[in-house]
Design a protein around this ligand. Structure first.
Ligand SMILES: Cc1ncc(COP(=O)(O)O)c(C=O)c1O
Length: 355
């Protein structure tokens, strides 16, 4: 297949870099961005790394009316030996391809996605903080054709921006409290739940806001029957029972997380009993009452491995850990994952791609 050439235009006005102690998550953007256009007539063209600046798009653009928007989230790490690595970038490309298909958008070809992002990260590499920070990468796809009337856009803009980050939650690396949502619904079978469509996040805001007001960092979504556990706002979830570790199976309503996949692979490599299956919230509560639920944690690119301290809903509350501490297994997984990402532990499962 023909490679798409990527031009490079360097910024002449480099920004001052933020203090690493104030990074938080997603507040600062680097000097450059990757952009490429697609039309059904021309295919992909005009791919380039350019100075970061606002876009000009037509007020009739389909993304502004019909929400054709899809994004990815991935990270680059600065290792202790100076190497810069991306964590499983091909996983994100494949997920973008699947999501774009569901949203009737053209996905960027693999070489444009991977080489474009690698070149972009190289150009802005001075922005990558040292451990425990990292560079969050946000590839995005939007429909830009100007028309009114509901149909797929024949013009697409692919872009990627970079943000130096530290911890995703205000709680830092310690355990968080989560509200089990029984009123609002994130996704139903046949919907968009398995994609990183912007629409999923727009529909999640109300529940997240109400949970925050009650003092909970995020919500745990249940399925349409309000019986089975799905995922947390920006994380997949794992429950550690006495005899098995369970994460909800991928039945089309939850995101297939890259960190979820990696944790499953890691647990298998440690010969631990990891099972992907349907999991009822009532089973979690019953196990807690019987003393067979050991710990629970969320996984995500932004959230890494975040232990869950408390789960609560309208008429019940269970405590899973005391004083924000990590459980034994979540600590072990966190140490291994972060150790591989920063180059302290050998990357035996082949997750990293060096720039
Ligand atoms: C809804 C949702 N679930 C799960 C995840 C975790 O996915 P990943 O491990 O690929 O970051 C995310 C990503 O941030 C998410 O937004």
């Amino acid at each position: 297949m023909k490679m798409i050439p990527i031009t490079i235009e360097k910024s002449t006005h480099l920004k001052a870099k933020p203090d690493v102690n104030t990074l938080g998550f997603g507040k600062y953007f680097t000097d450059h961005m990757l952009t490429a256009k697609f039309t059904t007539q021309k295919g992909w063209f005009d791919a380039g790394i350019r100075p970061y600046k606002p876009f000009e798009i037509d007020p009739g653009a389909s993304v502004l009316h019909y929400g054709q928007a899809l994004f990815e989230g991935m990270k680059a790490f600065r290792q202790k030996n100076g190497k810069i690595v991306l964590f499983r970038p091909e996983f994100n490309w494949k997920r973008m391809v699947a999501g774009a298909d569901r949203l009737c958008m053209e996905a960027p070809p693999e070489d444009l996605f991977l080489n474009g992002i690698k070149e972009l990260v190289k150009i802005d590499k001075d922005w990558i903080p040292e451990q425990p920070g990292s560079l969050y990468i946000r590839p995005t796809l939007i429909g830009t054709e100007a028309f009114l009337g509901v149909r797929p856009s024949e013009e697409i803009l692919f872009f990627a921006i970079l943000s130096p980050v530290s911890s995703y939650y205000a709680e830092g690396a310690s355990a968080i409290n989560i509200w089990v949502e029984t009123e609002y619904l994130r996704a139903a079978p046949g919907g968009l739940g398995a994609t990183k469509a912007g629409a999923n996040y727009a529909s999640s805001l109300k529940a997240a806001l109400e949970a925050k007001k009650k003092g909970y960092a995020q919500v745990l979504w249940l399925d349409y029957s309000r019986e089975h556990i799905e995922e947390v706002g920006t994380m997949n979830v794992f429950f550690v029972f006495e005899n098995e570790i369970v994460t909800p199976s991928l039945d089309g309503t939850i995101l297939s997380g890259g960190v979820r996949r990696s944790v499953i692979d890691l647990l298998k490599s440690w010969n631990l009993p990891i099972v992907e299956r349907k999991l009822k919230i009532s089973e979690v509560i019953a196990a807690k009452n019987k003393g067979t639920l050991k710990e629970a944690f969320g996984t995500g690119t932004a959230a890494v491995i975040t232990p869950i301290q408390e789960l609560a809903s309208k008429d019940w509350k269970i405590k899973l850990s005391a004083n924000g501490q990590k459980g034994e297994l979540s600590q072990r997984i966190y140490d291994e994952l972060v150790g591989i990402q920063y180059g302290h532990i050998e990357d035996k499962l082949g997750w990293l791609q060096e720039l």
